[in-house]
Design a protein around this ligand. Structure first.
Ligand SMILES: [Zn+2]
Length: 59
């Protein structure tokens, strides 16, 4: 089962739900679904394995 996390876009400030593969850790680049600008996502894991996702501008 994939994990879901909510992030707020640093460009358009929409809150967007993203699906995070359970094996994903570290940095990845993904475009905002709303404004299509690139995010740099940093995926960390809590002790229970749930994702802790922070987002910043990739440009
Ligand atoms: Zn956006």
């Amino acid at each position: 089962m994939d994990d879901v996390a909510q992030v707020q876009c640093p460009y358009c400030f929409e809150v967007v739900e993203i699906v995070v593969d359970p094996a994903t850790r570290g940095e990845l680049i993904q475009d905002c679904e709303v404004c299509c600008r690139p995010w740099r996502l940093l995926v960390r894991r809590r002790r229970d394995g749930s994702p802790l996702v922070t987002v910043e501008r990739a440009q």
